[in-house]
Design a protein around this ligand. Structure first.
Ligand code: PGA
Length: 249
């Protein structure tokens, strides 16, 4: 089994000053480890401060929370994949539920963003997940499979083989309701089977992260679940002590 991936999604929290202070504390609490991959997704405005603060820790990967699919142009307020790469990002979140449900982004946009990311040398983390009414109506698998099929539509199989997927049931994000390890494992197995159809045995090497109200208390049992290769954490990644203890899980 590959190394677990622990990814901190700071969302619209931590400006440059807080990002610097977070990193200063995190680096003293969490020494370099070769048996896990740790990622941070600061806001664009805090990205450089975070990157500078951990420049001596090549084991930590920095990413951005969103990109536009065009390389440049008249898109006020947006940043391109090439710009993110130039700033030092290695990974990018694509299709986070808040992008889909707060900002109305479609699956077709996620497909273009995944393609733009790989063109620029950024690794996409495609986020998928169903709403509560969809789960209650027994449509969760169908929703996730459609998001995967459409979101990956513009990628070569080689690109899919080197990216990451995050399963984040929307009803679990920021609500304090975590999927049980068994529920997470069941959906991850569905995602793995879909990837196997595209990639064959190489699908085993695509990390599938779980996200949605992960806490210090739930991280270990989720990580122990079959097909859960890592965690994408919002609220519980915001304080350096708490996040260090999740990374140490
Ligand atoms: P949460 O967010 O851990 O605060 O639920 C997870 C995410 O949205 O990535």
């Amino acid at each position: 089994m590959q190394h677990p991936v622990l990814a901190a999604n700071w969302k619209m929290n931590h400006g440059p000053t807080e990002a610097r202070e977070f990193m200063r504390r995190y680096l003293t609490l969490s020494p370099r480890r070769n048996d896990r991959t740790v990622m941070f997704f600061p806001s664009d405005l805090a990205f450089s401060a975070a990157a500078e603060a951990c420049r001596d820790r090549s084991d930590l990967l920095l990413g951005v929370q969103n990109i536009h699919w065009e390389d440049k142009g008249a898109f006020t307020g947006e940043s391109s994949a090439a710009m993110a790469r130039d700033a030092g990002a290695r990974v990018v979140l694509v299709g986070h539920s808040e992008r889909r449900h707060v900002f109305g982004e479609t699956d077709a946009m996620q497909a273009k963003k995944c393609a733009a990311a790989t063109r620029a040398g950024l690794t996409p983390v495609l986020c998928v997940g169903e709403l509560l009414p969809q789960r209650e109506a027994g449509q969760a698998e169908a929703v996730v499979l459609e998001q995967l099929t459409l979101g990956l539509a513009e990628l070569s199989t080689a690109s899919v083989a080197s990216m990451l997927i995050a399963y984040e049931p929307v009803w679990a994000i920021g609500t304090g309701k975590t999927a049980t390890p068994a529920d997470a494992s069941a959906m991850h197995a569905v995602i793995r089977t879909h990837l196997r159809g595209l990639l064959g045995e190489k699908a085993l090497a695509v990390p599938i992260l779980y996200g949605g109200s992960v806490s210090k208390g739930t991280a270990a049992s989720l990580l122990a679940a079959e097909h859960v290769d890592g965690l994408l954490v919002g609220g519980a990644s915001l304080d350096a002590e708490g996040w260090s203890s999740i990374v140490a899980t």
